[in-house]
Design a protein around this ligand. Structure first.
Ligand code: KG4
Ligand code: ZN
Length: 368
């Protein structure tokens, strides 16, 4: 099953042609044009500019993929929401036009759900164990989800709970016990259910990375820049708050951390009467990053333990942060976590069309 996927929800214009065969999600071609260079001078994404840049770039990308290749796909998927309205409209218009002229089915895809499914890029679905708790963390969203297979029959539900290990075993059990045919099985297996359990009450973690980067004189987006600066830190005893870590509170809040970083920077500037030196910038970047990372990994692992779920996933732009992944990997056993899933490449962490097709394919398999 092949699909063309289109992503234009924010500041990346991305098209991908991909193939699904034998349980494996294989990316054949992916094109990505980042608008960062155009937005960085404003320090934030300018919505009107974003939609104009998408419009200027999409046809270019269609040309690069070749119409001949696009003609061979089985259906077209595109990001329908959430995102910048006019930017989404560019992707939707392209998808509708191609669908009309090439006579292809259309599948609209939810941006956050496909961030979660980015763990399937270049992956065999049989290696993924359900249910899992997913932390989606990027420039806009900072949520915790439970992702499970929505099995409608109560009997099948009890089989799922009894702790079947992998999807492969699960399918075997279903086949043996219920003599379901292949089509029936696939319908059930692909009925994924996403339940949002907790979220941020103010800023997302990526957003505070970007804002603190700006306070320190760094670029937009600032996550990677802060991470690079943090590697060069020297101990200077800055102490930033970890919000709601001690309380039994699973929601997130980052605005006080952002304000603390701002106060600290202003305080130092007043003392020295000039711009921050490199060592101070690196140390603030490090202490700030530690505060975000500790909040994220602890809340993810604690919430999995709270529900007795033994599998977790970390997705979205901030999942490109190696420090965060290392903390989760080093602490997961203490929280009885068996599997930790995260996108295989940094490219799959941030916005791109590869995930759209995974979600698009799964949507289509549901009605297979
Ligand atoms: O998922 P994404 O590409 O776009 C949104 O849906 O927002 O995420 C972008 C966010 C930005 O805030 C960026 O600063 C952050 O991901 N980010 C990082 C890293 N790479 C990107 N944050 C921390 N460490 C990184 N290495
Ligand atoms: Zn995103």
């Amino acid at each position: 099953m092949r699909t063309l996927a289109i992503e234009t929800s924010c500041d990346d214009t991305s098209l991908a042609i991909v193939n699904y065969e034998d349980w494996f999600f294989d990316i054949e071609k992916i094109l990505l044009h980042s608008q960062i260079a155009e937005h960085t001078k404003f320090g934030w994404v300018i919505p009107e500019l974003a939609s104009r840049l998408h419009e200027a770039k999409v046809i270019d990308l269609v040309d690069k993929l070749w119409l001949e290749e696009i003609k061979k796909v089985d259906f077209i998927s595109y990001t329908c929401c959430p995102g910048l309205p006019w930017s989404l409209l560019v992707g939707r218009t392209l998808a509708n036009t191609l669908s009309l002229f090439l006579n292809k089915e259309l599948t609209p895809v939810h941006h956050i759900n496909w961030h979660i499914l980015s763990i399937l890029c270049d992956e065999n679905i049989k290696n993924i164990q359900f249910p899992f708790v997913a932390l989606t963390v990027s420039g806009w969203h900072n949520n915790l989800y439970i992702v499970e297979q929505d099995i409608l029959s109560p009997d099948l539900k009890s089989i799922n709970k009894s702790g079947l290990d992998t999807l492969a075993t699960y399918i075997e059990e279903l086949q043996n016990n219920y003599s379901l045919d292949q089509d029936d099985l696939i319908t059930k297996v692909w009925n994924l259910k996403f339940t949002k359990i907790w979220f941020t009450l103010d800023d997302a973690a990526g957003e505070v990375f970007d804002k603190v980067s700006r306070m320190l004189g760094g670029p937009y987006p600032g996550g990677k820049w802060i991470w690079d600066k943090a590697k060069l830190w020297k101990k200077m005893n800055f102490d930033f708050p970890r919000i709601w870590l001690k309380k039994k509170e699973f929601n997130f809040s980052f605005s006080w951390l952002k304000a603390s970083a701002n106060y600290k920077i202003q305080e130092i500037k007043k003392e020295i009467w000039e711009e921050l030196d490199e060592q101070t910038i690196c140390s603030i970047a490090y202490e700030f990053e530690q505060a975000v990372v500790e909040t994220l990994w602890k809340k993810l692992l604690k919430s999995a333990k709270h529900f007795w779920i033994k599998n977790i996933a970390l997705v979205g732009g901030v999942s490109a942060n190696e420090e965060l992944k290392t903390f989760i990997t080093n602490h997961k056993e203490k929280f009885w976590i068996n599997n930790f899933y995260t996108p295989k490449k940094p490219l799959y962490s941030t916005d791109n069309a590869a995930m759209i097709w995974v979600a698009g394919i799964i949507e289509n398999l549901k009605d297979f």
